[in-house]
Design a protein around this ligand. Structure first.
Ligand SMILES: [Zn+2]
Length: 121
């Protein structure tokens, strides 16, 4: 189930350019990850498309209570990718690691266990 309020919040995030695709370059290869910033750009959440987000809403309402199948960050990532409305940032692996550690130290990132449900297409 997807909540209306989450769809609205997701639309706002996409519209205000808070969905970023991070391309991480590592030893001649690259891989990508997604970040959705909060309304004030102070917090950010790492989104594994359709599968995972590190926010509390995802932990409580998706993993524990199973009330819904996605938080608004996951919906925002999906919308942004579908509409091509996201910012692309290319980072070297060491810089990405630095970003992760900085955010982790600020308490903005927590990796929860993987959920059993998946976002329906
Ligand atoms: Zn989330």
């Amino acid at each position: 189930m997807i909540e209306k309020l989450d769809v609205l919040k997701a639309r706002r995030a996409v519209f205000s350019g808070r969905v970023w695709k991070i391309i991480v370059e590592s030893q001649g290869n690259s891989w990508e990850t997604w970040i959705v910033y909060g309304p004030k750009m102070k917090t950010c959440h790492i989104v594994v498309p359709g599968k995972h987000c590190d926010c509390l809403d995802f932990l409580f309402n998706v993993i524990i209570r199973r009330k819904k199948c996605a938080c608004y960050h996951i919906i925002a990532q999906k919308m942004a990718e579908a509409q091509g409305k996201y910012q692309t940032v290319v980072l070297k692996e060491e810089d990405f690691v630095e970003v992760l550690i900085t955010q982790k130290l600020k308490g903005n990132i927590t990796i929860w266990s993987m959920p059993r449900q998946r976002l329906q297409p």
